[in-house]
Design a protein. Structure first.
Length: 275
């Protein structure tokens, strides 16, 4: 936690690739707009046969996040122009998929990348590593999943202050996530496949007295926890398709801290386990 006479450095974009696509607001009313893409390449599929022979799968991921000055849905041609992009962050990494049983999977992961404000005022090395767990089961016509994750995430940045001397700052957080996901097919179909509705309820505690530093380009706040409520739709095992893009699902999540100093709306394109 920052000391009272030492205000935290406002580096909101350093966690943009971690938070994902959305609109995020801190308690002074200032807002950050993030667009994130996360292309991935699966090198090997995970498998577990009836004899207990396990194949560990792995893939390479390259999350890329853009911070925008403004976001106007009525003028997308302006929103998507390069001059509206304020920050760029990319954090390539690797994920391993370890099937423990038919219902239980573990996923260790690690990423290291770099981000910068495009006006050259600051830049940062960004990193995260951790372990995710997913357990699935069925009950009352619903498919359920319990997702847990422990992540060590942070950044180290260098920028110039008002007197042109170099200042190095850093931030580290330890998010502990517990989430419940469930889905159920309905009678409606898309492309011959039944529509699945997905719900997500998640809670993240930023443990070890290392609160998450978020904010705008001029102020920042510490948050100690985060709730997430989400709903999405998809086609089950068949992806939604648009041109060359593929998504497991498409939906919205409302995210907020218990003290309501932070809130946001995220777009979701996958299970929270695959984020």
């Amino acid at each position: 936690m920052a000391l009272a006479d030492e205000p935290p450095a406002p580096i909101p974009w350093a966690y943009s690739a971690y938070f994902g696509t959305g609109v995020y607001e801190v308690d002074d009313g200032e807002t950050s707009y993030i667009i994130r893409a996360a292309p991935s390449w699966r090198i090997r599929e995970a498998s577990l046969d009836e004899h207990g022979h396990r194949m560990i799968g792995w893939r390479i991921r390259v999350p890329i996040a853009f911070g925008l000055h403004d976001f106007d849905t009525s003028a997308l041609e302006t929103t998507l122009k390069l001059k509206n992009v304020s920050t760029l962050t990319t954090v390539p990494g690797v994920e391993f998929d370890i099937p423990m049983t038919e219902r239980w999977s573990l996923r260790p992961f690690a990423s290291l990348g770099y981000g910068a404000q495009l006006d050259g005022s600051s830049s940062a090395w960004v990193y995260w590593a951790g372990l995710k767990s997913k357990y699935t089961f069925s009950a009352d016509g619903f498919d359920w999943a319990i997702v847990n994750a422990l992540t060590y995430s942070g950044y180290t940045t260098a920028h110039n202050d008002a007197v042109a001397s170099e200042v190095h700052t850093s931030s580290r957080v330890l998010p502990l996530l517990t989430a419940f996901e469930f889905d159920r097919p309905i009678e409606k179909k898309i492309g011959g496949e039944p529509v699945h509705l997905y719900w997500t309820i998640g809670y993240t505690d930023y443990v070890a007295n290392k609160p998450l530093l978020v904010g705008s380009f001029v102020t920042s706040v510490d948050i100690g926890d985060e709730w997430e409520l989400g709903m999405a739709f998809g086609r089950g095992k068949e992806p939604l398709k648009l041109w060359r893009l593929r998504w497991d699902r498409v939906g919205l999540s409302y995210r907020f801290s218990s003290d309501h100093r932070f809130q946001g709306i995220s777009l979701s394109f996958s299970s929270i386990f695959d984020r």
